[in-house]
Ligand binder design. Sequence first.
Ligand SMILES: O=C(O)c1cc(C(=O)O)c2c(n1)C(=O)C(=O)c1cc(C(=O)O)[nH]c1-2
Length: 249
Amino acid sequence: MTQSRSDFEARLRQIGAERYHDLHPFHDLLHGGGCTPDQVRAWVLNRYYYQHTIPMKDAAFMSRVESPELRRAWRSRIEDHDGTSENEGGIRRWLRLAEAVGLDPDYVASRRGVLPATKFACDAYVRFVRDKTLLEAVASSLTELFAPKIHANRIEGLLRNYDFADDSSLSYFRNRLKEAPKDVAFGLAWVLDHADTQEKQDAAADALIFKTDVLWSQLDALWGAYVEPGRIPPGGWVPGTGLLLQRAS
Ligand SMILES: O=C(O)c1cc(C(=O)O)c2c(n1)C(=O)C(=O)c1cc(C(=O)O)[nH]c1-2
């Protein structure tokens, strides 16, 4: 049976409550101050790959959209990450965080050392958005409904627990708190408007579940490589390499 708009929205929010990556133990470790400097570096380096992927998936999405109105509403996402002539953008801000934790930003931007599972997960997100229906593509972005809470927790936890954390190194997250609400309000309204049959509602809910898997599997890979059992796969970043200090020598 097709759900009412409010029941369907509640179903989407329940997916976040049960599956969003704020529930992953890596985030408790990170936000609670339990990460070693190398574990923080491993997170920043791997998460860069996600940052690098996001505007590519938004461009893949836009290439399929025939409505100028929808493209107009979507295109600021790419500008938020890539920057404009007046604004440096999220990718640049992420590299500032990389530098603050002692990584060479050129090394991070080269995407060497990224875990295989991180690449598979992020690349799958781009393919999903390219190949599935527009409804599924928009629905897969709705994990951002749950992101402001984790960004606010992260700012607070990192500031409390780590010396590298300050307004400059955490500017990425502060900016997302401003940028994300408008994107997600648009995305949610669009999904609620367009998921007007049970089949479409099921497909949109599955798309959101897929996206929670994209996020969760990245943290599982990080945990396995750098926390427990600490088995770094071939090609994965090795602590002590890619550091800022090594550039001068
Ligand atoms: O730190 C996080 O937990 C987190 C999660 C997500 C998300 O839920 O996909 C995004 C972001 N951050 C983020 O900063 C961001 O720009 C972003 C874009 C998207 C998307 O799917 O289009 N998700 C996210």
